[in-house]
Ligand binder design. Structure first.
Ligand code: CUA
Length: 315
């Protein structure tokens, strides 16, 4: 049952999930209600200011104290009805968004500075959230370190991701396509790079994908590594052109002698690089803070191989 994903407008991203339209309808209602009252109230102020302005220098002020029960009742009860309507409407949309349908496909989301990873029911861990279309997907989310926030504008889905506690969201994507995931809680120097993708596939394509491992079709290991460099969040702290970031640049790292903060120098071979990804605090390069999070359990062996292959190309 494929439906057309409504295109985004100048103001709004596309409505790519089943409840995006409900969220936008409520937003539009509140927006136009505000426009209406802004024009009506400001218009009345301007009209009365002109109509009742002081017309001559010797005009005396007269008492303005008056009372009209009908008008006062109207401007109390009409707004009351409007805010009750907004509350009921908003609460319904909120409940729809909060409670995932029974049997939703569940994916675990892990946030860490500065990357997202997605763990599937069979244990595979991905850097992109791949989901089937027309299927409710529930995300159970937690953070490894500090406060992040998971935001997919095209789905109108947003929730804080907190250490030591699970938060959940769900959505049903309407059509195959790609959508951006943002971190929308300022979490440190790499916050703006903490992005990932939702890839919506047709159900048969998704099932095919679930069985696959290794690089996408026709992609070399090094090219896959280049993709993971941004996808897995490495780019937040490591440049590939020799420029300074939080961690050492990857340019020329493979095969080089690394001076350690403690202990003897180490040659950056495959084993050293693998260890630095999985247990980054074992060997910290001199001059850099010991701040890299461990990627243990976040990257498959095939992906670590791909990252190392990519580093080898950065001469
Ligand atoms: Cu994570 Cu901002």
């Amino acid at each position: 049952m494929a439906s057309e994903t409504a295109q985004g407008s100048f103001w709004m991203p596309p409505e790519a999930s089943t409840f995006a339209g409900d969220v936008d309808a409520l937003f539009d209602f509140i927006y136009w209600l505000n426009v209406f009252f802004f024009v009506a109230i400001t218009g009345a102020i301007v009209y009365f200011a002109i109509k009742y302005r002081r017309k001559s220098d010797d005009q005396l002020a007269t008492s303005q104290v008056g009372h009209n029960t009908l008008i006062e009742a109207a401007w109390t009860f009409i707004p009351l009805l409007i805010v009750i309507a907004i509350f009921v409407w908003g609460f319904r949309v909120y409940l729809d968004q909060s409670v995932a349908p029974d049997g939703a496909y569940e994916v675990k989301v892990t946030a860490q500075a500065y990357a997202w990873s997605y763990t599937y029911p069979d244990g595979r861990v991905e850097q992109e959230l791949v989901v089937p279309e027309d299927t409710p997907v529930k995300l159970v989310m937690a953070s490894k370190d500090l406060l992040h926030s998971f935001f997919v504008p095209d789905f109108r889905v947003k929730s804080d991701v907190i250490p030591g506690r699970y938060t959940t969201v769900w959505f049903e994507a309407k059509d195959p396509g790609e959508h951006i995931v943002f971190c929308t809680e300022y979490c440190g120097s790499g916050h703006s790079a903490m992005m990932s993708k939702v890839v919506v596939k047709t159900v048969p394509e998704f099932e095919e994908w679930l069985k696959s491992s290794g690089p996408p079709d026709g992609m070399s290991l090094a090219d896959w590594g280049a993709q993971l460099y941004t996808g897995a969040g490495c780019a937040a702290c490591h440049s590939v052109d020799g420029s300074q970031r939080v961690g050492p640049s990857w340019k020329g790292v493979f095969g080089s002698e690394r001076k350690m903060a403690e202990g003897p120098a180490v040659k950056a071979d495959e084993n050293y690089l693998r260890e630095s990804i999985l247990q980054p605090l074992n060997k910290v390069v001199a001059g850099y803070p010991p701040s890299m999070p461990s990627y243990q359990g976040q990257l498959s062996d095939a992906k670590i191989d791909a990252l190392i292959e990519y580093m080898k190309t950065l001469k």
